[in-house]
Design a protein around this ligand. Structure first.
Ligand SMILES: NC(=O)c1ccc[n+]([C@@H]2O[C@H](COP(=O)([O-])OP(=O)(O)OC[C@H]3O[C@@H](n4cnc5c(N)ncnc54)[C@H](OP(=O)(O)O)[C@@H]3O)[C@@H](O)[C@H]2O)c1
Length: 261
């Protein structure tokens, strides 16, 4: 038996898959929650089927749990149902189960950039903070894997339209997970310092590094995005340059991902 009984939501996701082995390593009794079972969850993590939008499986998922690391999200699809209503439902179940620390994973800049996904994340942060369940809110910057998937999704376009002047501070999801695991204790810490990658780089620069690492030659063109969302991103609200927690750079991550290293 581990010291803490810990539920991870979003266990099959990019971050969740990195949280599981690190929590096990830190001695937690881990329960992995998602709609579909995570691959490679490790023999020691139990899996529970959990649907935050439908509200099914929540009571069983939180029964006997001390700490929840809530990393489930639906950026595409019904974000409000999963991220806001689902978080509220999970908080209710957590209150009934006597959870002592509800760790909510959020994103740097959600309060400054009025992007619809971020507005739902901010509403979820507020629900967490308004709840009677003691909580910890930790924000992270974009994961390298997220930037990579975005670039992969446009790689076949004849030109790559991108918001080239937007600064980002991408982080390895494993390094973000390691920092989040530090907060997965029975004592809630409230709002804690954000977790960012080692360097702030413009999207155009990240895209050029990806282009040369993949041997592609498409032109990168500046995609003009007007309005408050663009100005929030452009003014660096999605970065936390004082909090360079991760050490793996985009170039190093690309080498590892593409097997060129
Ligand atoms: N991606 C980034 O760059 C980034 C940066 C900073 C912070 N974050 C935050 O980090 C957390 C994890 O993000 P991620 O990128 O790892 O997400 P992800 O890869 O998209 O994974 C999302 C997870 O949520 C689960 N999920 C989706 N709908 C669900 C539902 N209705 N009920 C229960 N589970 C559901 C998915 O599993 P099933 O589909 O199997 O249910 C999956 O395990 C989120 O809070 C996100 O906002 C992400």
């Amino acid at each position: 038996m581990g010291d803490h009984r810990t539920l991870v939501t979003g266990a099959s996701g990019t971050l969740g898959r990195e949280l599981l082995p690190r929590l096990l390593e830190a001695g937690h009794d881990v329960r992995a929650g998602s709609r579909s079972p995570p691959e490679d969850r490790g023999a020691d993590a139990a899996w529970v089927e959990l649907d935050l939008a439908a509200g099914t499986g929540l009571e069983a998922a939180v029964e006997g749990i001390d700490v929840i690391v809530h990393a489930a999200t639906a950026p595409r699809g019904d974000t409000e149902a999963v991220d806001v209503r689902g978080t509220e439902r999970l908080l209710e179940a957590a209150a009934d189960a006597g959870v002592s620390n509800f760790v909510y994973v959020s994103i740097v800049g959600v309060d400054e950039i009025p992007y619809s996904y971020y507005e739902y994340k901010l509403a979820a942060e507020r629900a967490v903070e308004a709840s009677s369940v003691p909580s910890t809110v930790v924000r992270a910057t974009q994961f390298h894997a997220f930037v990579f998937d975005l670039l992969e999704s446009i790689a076949w376009f004849p030109v790559w339209p991108l918001p080239t002047a937007v600064p980002l501070q991408p982080i390895d999801a494993g390094e973000a997970a390691a920092a989040i695991v530090e907060h997965a204790t029975p004592e809630a810490a409230g709002r804690v310092a954000p977790v960012g990658g080692p360097e702030v780089r413009l999207v155009g620069d990240l895209a050029r590094a990806y282009r040369s690492a993949t041997g592609r030659r498409r032109p990168i063109v500046r995609l003009p995005i007007p309005g408050a969302v663009a100005s929030g991103f452009r003014s660096g609200e999605a970065t936390c340059p004082d909090r360079t927690v991760g050490t793996t750079t985009w170039a190093e991550w690309l080498e590892r991902r593409l097997g060129n290293g």
